[in-house]
Design a protein around this ligand. Structure first.
Ligand SMILES: CC(C)(COP(=O)(O)OP(=O)(O)OC[C@H]1O[C@@H](n2cnc3c(N)ncnc32)[C@H](O)[C@@H]1OP(=O)(O)O)[C@@H](O)C(=O)NCCC(=O)NCCS
Length: 196
């Protein structure tokens, strides 16, 4: 099956780019590539495995998102099997990239894949090169994801109380082009409600 459509605005690679993630102890061998129609069932499984912190998209939801003209999507695929290990979805519109979903198979987490997907999407959308602001919402107690975003230069810009269906607050984060990463604990860590 062929590749799913992606907006030409996304500047996603026509050919897959091999990407190595680094670690002396746990190295993930994966590459970033555009999504394939054959990825969708595995991506839906990853949605389920990621539990409350995923967007909880079904197969139909994923297909719908991947087909939108403004959608920019990258899949992290196992270098050997080409099986999808994680993915990121954003909308690039009016000079802004909105990250809608980032999810990595729990069996492949903590190997740099999430970080690689985020960096890869921002690079493909030329966020630093073209001054594209990146925005996202994340559950305020998702300390792990928040820490990842902070390491990539995102800053907190607001809180929407009881934003999600389960009553969780949403932390709004923004990254300005060229923003340097900030070290330190994720803001939600102070609340003592981390679940990831
Ligand atoms: C948040 C999420 C995407 C991060 O994905 P990931 O692949 O584990 O991310 P990374 O490996 O790049 O970074 C996560 C951690 O692994 C560490 N790490 C990175 N590379 C590593 C490596 N090669 N070896 C060991 N650890 C590594 C990072 O320091 C980081 O540490 P921390 O979590 O203690 O802060 C993933 O946990 C996930 O899918 N969660 C559920 C869905 C979710 O929360 N999505 C966000 C919605 S807004």
């Amino acid at each position: 099956m062929g590749q799913l459509r992606c907006s030409s605005n996304c500047k996603l690679p026509r050919r897959s780019a091999a990407i190595s993630s680094c670690s002396s102890t746990q190295q993930a061998s994966y590459r970033l590539r555009p999504p394939l129609a054959t990825d969708v069932p595995k991506l839906a499984v990853i949605e389920q495995l990621c539990g409350e912190f995923s967007a909880n998209w079904s197969t139909a939801d994923i297909q719908d998102e991947l087909g939108k003209a403004i959608s920019c999507v990258l899949v992290a695929a196992d270098s050997s099997s080409d099986e999808a290990l994680g993915y990121i979805v954003g909308w690039l519109f009016a000079g802004e990239l909105q990250v809608l979903e980032l999810a990595v198979d729990p069996g492949s987490q903590s190997k740099g894949i999430g970080s690689g997907l985020l960096a890869g999407l921002m690079q493909q959308c030329r966020c630093d090169a073209d001054g594209v602001e990146v925005v996202l919402e994340v559950k305020a107690h998702n300390t792990r994801a928040i820490g990842l975003y902070r390491r990539h230069g995102f800053a907190d810009v607001g809180l929407r109380r009881k934003y999600y269906a389960d009553g969780s607050d949403a932390l709004l984060m923004t990254r300005h082009a060229g923003a340097a990463a900030v070290s330190g604990p994720a803001p939600g860590a102070d609340a003592g409600t981390a679940a990831s």
